[in-house]
Design a protein around this ligand. Structure first.
Ligand SMILES: Cc1cc2nc3c(=O)[nH]c(=O)nc-3n(C[C@H](O)[C@H](O)[C@H](O)COP(=O)(O)OP(=O)(O)OC[C@H]3O[C@@H](n4cnc5c(N)ncnc54)[C@H](O)[C@@H]3O)c2cc1C
Ligand SMILES: NC(=O)c1ccc[n+]([C@@H]2O[C@H](COP(=O)([O-])OP(=O)(O)OC[C@H]3O[C@@H](n4cnc5c(N)ncnc54)[C@H](OP(=O)(O)O)[C@@H]3O)[C@@H](O)[C@H]2O)c1
Length: 416
């Protein structure tokens, strides 16, 4: 699909849940043409890496996400259907045409429970296909490498590069708005100790029972250390335990944790630790098998040994416990993926400073050091999340499909 012009009202970088959310919201605001850029257009990391992971959000929220803006509803049903802000009707889930909408797989699940992320990923792929065919959207399988701001015209010139399997045009384009939905990957910084016999196992691999089994099952007796105690760490421990207690009884796991397990807790009308606490299947399994009062009597303790330490004591703890290990997995959070090089047309490098309240950025402007608004650059998604403060004053960053949707709906007006 080629644009009739090299000028776009918006360039959206990223085809994960955040990019999909932003394209849907811009279309709803009648901002077009939009150039939408991704390396692969395969639903981002949820589809690429986490199809086997159980969701920590309810099925109902995935359905609400997929029907939250008119362009999504059109794709889902081929005709506009109701949104969550309208009264439910008897025909909910059935398009005006009388045909069931495209969310039947999700609708067949229990709405108040979680599901395998494969269901959410399939929904993302369906929206991706629909948005790519929507008038006003030009989807290109390329990579954004660099963007240059003309400070007086307040426009960005965006450089594109071919991905290995794309022959799309890479002529630079000009836009009023550049929106980074560029995503994050697991932190895997070097350990503070050097143990030559110790091999790193990637978190993405450890979160997939299939990959984990393919990697570890052919080996003889194997020991593995898991660092961390948040959602990812618990799911890795769950996967390893399932492997050890079924097909690989010679697997031994050491769990290195520097804090107690933290759970999301329902309060009156809000959720404590909504973004950082354990939820769903991971929470249930952790309560039943990893708490000081449940672990000793759980079958899990045949395979998993817990080592608790204080933050700051990593070096000595690892020196003591990792010497004899074959593998380690770090489940210690995610970091932003590298972003395109940003500069002004005078060649000054731009170091963008994100504003978590509205998705805008600031920069040092004319080089005088004082931060000022960076025109036309915005961010969304796991790399650029909204900052939320709960009624007890705790600060968190809102990461999740429906959280991206709520935030973008709120701030998109300020991007136009
Ligand atoms: C293990 C795990 C489980 C999760 N489970 C849930 C859940 O159950 N429910 C929920 O609501 N949320 C969940 N989340 C949170 C969140 O929905 C995901 O992290 C989601 O993948 C974030 O979407 P994103 O679009 O910000 O980033 P990504 O999915 O990482 O997408 C970013 C995309 O941008 C592309 N890109 C980056 N730079 C460029 C460039 N320069 N040019 C072209 N393309 C580029 C990347 O290739 C990628 O396709 C989970 C997160 C993790 C890590
Ligand atoms: N669907 C699912 O079930 C699922 C699964 C995984 C992830 N997710 C989502 O993905 C996002 C990231 O989650 P996450 O669980 O990977 O990470 P996270 O919530 O960002 O938590 C990172 C954890 O790593 C610990 N940590 C950081 N540095 C450490 C170090 N050097 N040594 C030991 N521990 C360290 C932190 O502990 P301190 O507090 O002590 O720093 C914290 O507990 C979240 O939005 C989450 O909801 C969802």
């Amino acid at each position: 699909m080629a644009s009739p012009t090299e000028f776009y009202e918006a360039v959206v970088i990223g085809g994960g849940p955040a990019g999909i959310t932003v394209v849907g919201n811009l279309l709803e605001q009648k901002v077009e043409p939009i150039l939408w850029v991704d390396n692969a257009f395969d639903g981002g990391r949820i589809n690429r890496c986490y199809r086997e992971v159980p969701s920590n959000t309810k099925v109902a929220l995935f359905i609400e996400y997929a029907t939250a803006v008119a362009p999504f509803r059109k794709i889902v049903s081929n005709t506009p259907s109701r949104s969550r802000w309208e009264e439910p009707s008897e025909s909910d889930g059935v398009a005006v045409s009388g045909k069931p909408d495209k969310l039947q797989a999700l609708r067949s699940l229990d709405p108040v429970k979680g599901c395998q992320l494969s269901h959410a990923a399939d929904m993302l792929l369906m929206l991706t296909e629909g948005l790519s065919k929507t008038a006003g959207v030009f989807a290109r399988k390329v990579r954004v490498t660099e963007a240059t701001l003309d400070e007086s015209a307040q426009k960005w010139t965006v450089n594109l590069a071919n991905t290995a399997n794309s022959s799309a045009s890479t002529t630079p384009v000009v836009t009023n708005r550049l929106i980074m939905c560029t995503g994050s990957s697991p932190n895997n910084s070097p350990l503070p100790v050097e143990i030559p016999s110790l091999h790193n196992l990637d978190l993405d691999c450890a979160l997939s029972p299939t990959l984990l089994s393919t990697t570890l099952s052919p080996l003889g007796p194997t020991s593995i250390a898991v660092v961390g105690a948040s959602h990812s760490a618990i799911l890795v421990l769950m996967n390893l335990y399932k492997l050890a207690s079924t097909s690989k009884p010679d697997l031994r796991i050491t769990w290195l944790t520097r804090h107690k397990l933290r759970y999301a807790e329902q309060r009156d009308g809000w959720i404590l630790r909504d973004n950082t606490g354990l939820k769903g299947e991971a929470a249930e399994w952790a309560r039943d098998n990893l708490e000081p009062d449940t672990m000793p009597n759980s079958d899990v303790s045949k395979y998993i040994a817990k080592v608790a330490y204080e933050a700051g004591a990593e070096k000595e703890t690892y020196e003591q416990h990792l010497q004899e290990m074959d593998f380690y997995v770090q489940a210690i959070g995610y970091s932003r993926d590298p972003i395109p090089t940003l500069k002004t047309s005078e060649g000054r490098e731009i170091e963008p400073v994100f504003d978590h309240d509205n998705g805008h950025f600031e920069y040092a402007g004319n080089g005088e050091g004082k931060l000022q608004k960076l025109p036309g650059l915005f961010g969304a998604g796991i790399a650029w999340p909204a900052r939320v403060v709960d009624p007890e004053g705790n600060v968190e960053y809102a990461v999740g499909f429906f959280k991206f949707m709520k935030h973008i709906k709120k701030v998109v007006g300020t991007w136009i």
